[in-house]
Design a protein around this ligand. Structure first.
Ligand code: ADP
Length: 200
């Protein structure tokens, strides 16, 4: 099975690329969705989190209060590490099981943390969606409620653009309009089909 990792900074266009690849019949595993699944009600990780941080990180429904948990781990790096050590292996395990049951010609693992975690070890080919920082800021602020300052802080906390590009097997330049992106994705899709067939 040929597995393609898709990553990029905030607002680079990962979701836009994923949607288009999905419309071309490719199965997309979204690490953000998996990360939410592993802490759903009834999952053992949620019980571990509640036992560790107390009920203040739960909503009345018993579900995870993400904002409360985020505030706790933001203030305390050691707590953040504890949480990551709990969740990353569970996320990885679930990603692997979804990859194994995927049947499209190649499968995409879309993850903002592909290169920062050992998730990149699961993939055969790394695509980095790339735009200059000014475009990241303008597209993210028009998509979300975040201020420019908040978006710049998120960018500063993510891997540096140059470092990310150095790890790419393919770079998707998304500084043009959506029409251009569609053209680039179509072209890349053909290349990935070729690579997938060569790997069989
Ligand atoms: P990511 O998933 O990497 O955070 P998104 O795919 O959500 O990024 O893209 C960020 C925002 O920019 C979204 O609102 C998206 O619709 C928009 N966008 C993405 N690519 C383009 C483009 N080429 N031209 C204009 N807007 C775009």
């Amino acid at each position: 099975m040929f597995i393609v990792g898709l990553t990029g900074g905030i607002g680079s266009g990962k979701s836009a690329v994923s949607q288009q690849l999905e419309s071309l019949g490719i199965n997309i595993i979204d690490a953000d969705i998996v990360a939410r699944e592993v802490v759903e009600l009834g999952e053992s990780a949620l019980d571990s989190i509640a036992a560790h941080f107390g009920n203040e990180v739960l909503l009345e429904s018993g579900e995870l209060n993400r904002a409360a948990l985020r505030a706790r781990v933001f203030a305390e790096p050691a707590e953040r590490e504890w949480l990551e050590q709990l969740l990353h292996p569970l996320i990885r395990e679930r990603i692997i099981s979804q990859l194994q049951s995927s049947a499209s010609e190649y499968t995409v693992l879309a993850s903002p943390l592909l290169l920062e975690t050992d998730q990149h070890l699961l993939v055969d080919h790394i695509i980095v969606v790339d735009v200059p920082e000014e475009i990241q800021v303008s597209r993210t602020t028009s998509r979300d409620q975040n201020s420019e300052q908040q978006v710049r802080a998120i960018i500063a906390a993510q891997m540096a653009r140059k470092q990310r590009l150095e790890k790419a097997d393919s770079v998707l330049d998304n500084s043009g309009d959506l029409y251009h992106l569609r053209q680039s994705v179509n072209q890349l899709h053909l290349k990935l089909l070729q690579l997938a067939s060569e790997s069989r």
